[in-house]
Design a protein. Structure first.
Ligand SMILES: Cc1ncc(COP(=O)(O)O)c(C=O)c1O
Length: 500
């Protein structure tokens, strides 16, 4: 097939789906309204029937429209667009030491249990990401390259691996040179190295609020401080607050996730990315960027990371294949701009190098073209899971629950009424073998240990849910149980009372 014609038709169906989506969003089309027949719309738009069908199917997978047998397509009666999203969040903060590690460890331990419904740690069901072809390539590479086992790895990355990352980076406007890529053990190591390259103990790092608890854990382990920047679930960090924070505090680096942020799921616009970099450059503050969810967009093209706008080499771009392909490979990378040499030295100190065989296997898998097909399936599964989970939350959780509407990734952030403490919900859910991630984990300072009693814990009424599996069977039952527990907490019923 001619690649440009397939690209054109992708573009066309997305454009048509976008037009219909915006008619639903603005209320021009209401729940129950009938859409034009596929044949009629194809005539009106002068595009093929399959393009219209593709557009309708995309909207159907977002649960915006539904097909009724022998009748056609209708605006869905449970369209998620009817539901409100969480409001803008907390104010920015002053620098604090961080205390999350013990709570995160508890979450990780529970996630490893087979009797648990794990909605806390972000894992995807193995059937969705395990890839038979990658497994076969791994075996072949191990067989054909015994030298990978008998020597130290003295390069920043396997040259083939670096080349594949570089080739893919053209797609999202980065044009990374293979020499820039340093392979790491997951995004976690990339982060760790970046923070150590730009700051030391006692230094302050600016983070989104809420942010991924893994970042907070690393900041904690390096004895650094975090300063939270007010972040809204649709647009990302507040740029005025960022400026104020940089003006007031001696910030050594800023950590941001512009594409499908964990936990809020927003995607920053290109314009805001550009402005953010301008601000950081004005204050000479490097940006550590986590783009681990960048390939998991539900619509349009893959969004560009900050790195695509970087004119000064001050962006350290980190990513990995843990969310899209194989968390067990522990394979990530960093393109660190001006900090490359420093990171490389730290990498040698840390682990000497990243194992070569997995890098080469992944490179061969990427070269074979299987990855893009795999990503397409994964994205549409995640989008379906997100829709199902959002609807289950609205169905089973107490009145007033608000849910984010992510544009990619596999996470949902839920804001419950003020009276519901999700730390208590976490405790009660754990007794029923359900694990959630309470909101307090996503804040630079959380839980009673470091919060003065008169200061409410940030996000104490929020939680994050992982949508790595369909919201069916025991996952749906778990959401129902969580809803009942939340109602009990809101109405002051204690768990012992209920059990008795
Ligand atoms: C935003 C973000 N960054 C990094 C990681 C960890 O990545 P890795 O498993 O590659 O170390 C996660 C895992 O949940 C994540 O959500």
């Amino acid at each position: 097939m001619n690649p440009s014609s397939s690209h054109d038709s992708d573009f066309l169906y997305e454009k048509i789906a976008g037009e219909i989506r915006s008619l639903i969003e603005t209320g021009t089309l209401s729940p129950g309204d009938k859409l034009p027949s596929v044949r009629k719309l194809s005539g009106q738009k002068k595009v093929s029937i399959s393009t219209i069908l593709q557009a309708y199917m995309a909207l159907e997978s977002e649960k915006l429209i539904e097909a009724r047998p022998q009748s056609g397509f209708y605006v869905s009666s449970v369209s998620l667009l009817r539901f409100p999203e969480p409001l803008e969040f907390c104010p920015s903060d002053s620098p604090r030491t961080v205390e999350v590690a013990d709570n995160v460890m508890e979450l990780f331990k529970a996630a490893g249990r087979s009797d648990i419904v794990s909605l806390g740690v972000n894992c995807t069901m193995p059937e969705l990401i395990s890839n038979h072809k990658l497994g076969k390539i791994m075996s072949r590479v191990s067989r054909d390259h015994s030298e990978f086992l008998s020597r130290y790895m003295f390069h920043a990355a396997d040259p083939e691996f670096a080349r594949q990352i570089s080739v893919r980076s053209f797609d999202y406007g980065c044009n990374l040179h293979p020499e820039e890529i340093i392979a790491t053990c997951g995004c976690t190591e990339a982060f760790n190295l970046c923070l150590r390259a730009v700051a030391g103990a006692g230094d302050t790092i600016a983070v989104e609020s809420p942010t991924y608890y893994g970042i907070l854990e690393i900041i904690e382990s390096l004895d650094m401080k975090a300063v939270s920047i007010c972040t809204d679930p649709k647009n990302g960090v507040c740029l005025q607050e960022l400026t104020n924070t940089l003006e007031e505090h001696d910030v050594k680096a800023c950590v941001l996730m512009p594409n499908f942020q964990n936990p809020l799921g927003y995607r920053m616009s290109a314009e805001r990315k550009r402005k953010t970099l301008e601000i950081l450059d004005d204050y000479g503050v490097p940006l550590i960027e986590d783009d681990i969810y960048g390939d998991l967009h539900f619509r349009g093209n893959r969004p560009r990371p900050f790195k695509a706008f970087d004119q000064t080499g001050s962006v350290l771009l980190c990513s990995s294949f843990s969310k899209t392909l194989a968390p067990g490979l522990r394979l990530g990378w960093v393109a660190a701009g001006n900090y490359r040499d420093r990171i490389l030295r730290l990498k040698y100190l840390n682990t000497m190098g990243t194992p070569e065989a997995p890098q080469r296997a992944l490179a061969e898998f990427l070269k074979s073209g299987g990855y893009d097909r795999h990503l397409r399936n994964l994205r549409s599964s995640f989008q379906r899971h997100i829709c199902q989970m959002s609807q289950a939350v609205y169905q089973y959780f107490p009145e007033g629950a608000l849910v984010t509407r992510p544009e990619g990734g596999n996470l949902l952030w839920v804001q419950l009424p003020e009276t519901i403490d999700t730390q208590e919900l976490y405790r009660r859910a754990m007794e029923r073998n359900i694990v959630i991630a309470p909101g307090s984990l996503f804040s630079a300072c959380c839980l009673s240990a470091c919060i003065p009693h008169d200061e409410p814990c940030l996000f104490r009424n929020c939680l994050r849910l992982t949508c790595g599996a369909p919201c069916e069977g025991k996952v749906e039952a778990a959401i129902k149980t969580l809803g009942e527990l939340a109602v009990d907490i809101a109405s002051g019923v204690d768990s012992g009372q209920k059990a008795g």
